[in-house]
Design a binder for this molecule. Structure first.
Ligand code: NAP
Length: 249
């Protein structure tokens, strides 16, 4: 018997070209899932695809800007016709455009909200339609501890991530009767490209707030996403899980 719990399942992961999304795609593929990998360019997805394929898994690239609703609809149609079904959706793609509110441009606000929050709406609607027909599915949204506690200089990012939490709970309620769960993760400070440019001073200050006394790694988050796709979490929906070394408790 094959003990991998995602054997014959299909997982769609946005922002799969690097960082958390890459680790999540690889972790779900290791559990047997075929991966529909989304990022803005096919080129950027190469490393993720190679890592999955060289381990014997299946992964296909689907380049699209998650903020472009019409393009996302077309991509989801392509994914559905290639794989036949989508069992897991991980809305992970995200960006930052930091700045104090008084200096924040509308463009910086719109880019972050349209990518981080509307991007999740753009994918959840057409994928949700498939899952409702299947009467099964797992949706995992990647928010942030910043969506829980706010951060000076990140009003746009915090709003998008707090929005994802309300979005998750509403989707969880709407889809529960169709055996579809929807949960949201709030990672803390995880070492990826997004956090690479922080100054040593800020890094030190952030670490002082982490009881487990280390920065998170993408695999720390990927393992919890895998758990939320597993039979072990079948009775959990609408939940907010922090993966932050104890930063917010
Ligand atoms: P990252 O290394 O910057 O990766 C971001 C990913 O999102 C890339 O794959 C990028 O792909 C994709 N992406 C960005 N905009 C996109 C768009 N418009 N359309 C399609 N794909 C897009 O970031 P990360 O640190 O892994 O973060 C992943 C998620 O976790 C984000 O939602 C972030 O807010 C959240 N998070 C991260 C941390 C942390 O400490 N790192 C903490 C809390 C939450 P391309 O650029 O190749 O298109």
């Amino acid at each position: 018997m094959n003990s991998k719990f995602l054997t014959d399942k299909v997982a769609l992961v946005t922002g799969a070209s690097r960082g958390l999304g890459k680790a999540i795609a690889i972790a779900l593929a290791a559990e047997g899932a075929s991966i529909a990998a989304v990022a803005r360019s096919e080129e950027a997805l190469k490393e993720t695809l190679e890592a999955i394929r060289s381990a014997g898994g299946r992964a296909e690239p689907f380049p699209v800007d998650v903020a472009d609703g019409a393009a996302v609809e077309t991509v989801v149609e392509k994914i559905a016709s290639l794989f036949g079904h989508v069992d897991v959706l991980v809305n992970n793609a995200g960006v930052t455009r930091d700045g104090l509110l008084m200096r924040m441009t509308s463009e910086a606000w719109d880019t972050v909200l349209n990518t981080n929050l509307k991007g999740a709406f753009n994918f959840t609607k057409p994928v949700g339609r498939l899952m409702v027909r299947q009467r099964a599915g797992r949706i995992i949204n990647i928010s942030s501890v910043i969506g829980l506690i706010g951060n000076a200089g990140q009003a746009n990012y915090a709003a998008s991530k707090a929005g994802l939490i309300g979005f998750t709970k509403s989707v969880a309620r709407e889809f529960a009767s169709r055996n579809i769960t929807c949960n949201v993760l709030c990672p803390g400070f995880i070492e990826t490209d997004m956090t690479r440019d922080l100054s040593d001073d800020l890094r030190k200050k952030l670490l002082e707030r982490v009881p487990l006394q280390r920065l998170g790694q993408p695999d720390d988050v990927a393992a919890v996403v895998a758990f939320l796709c597993s039979p072990a979490s079948g009775y959990m929906t609408g939940q907010v899980l922090t993966v932050d070394g104890g930063m917010v408790m």
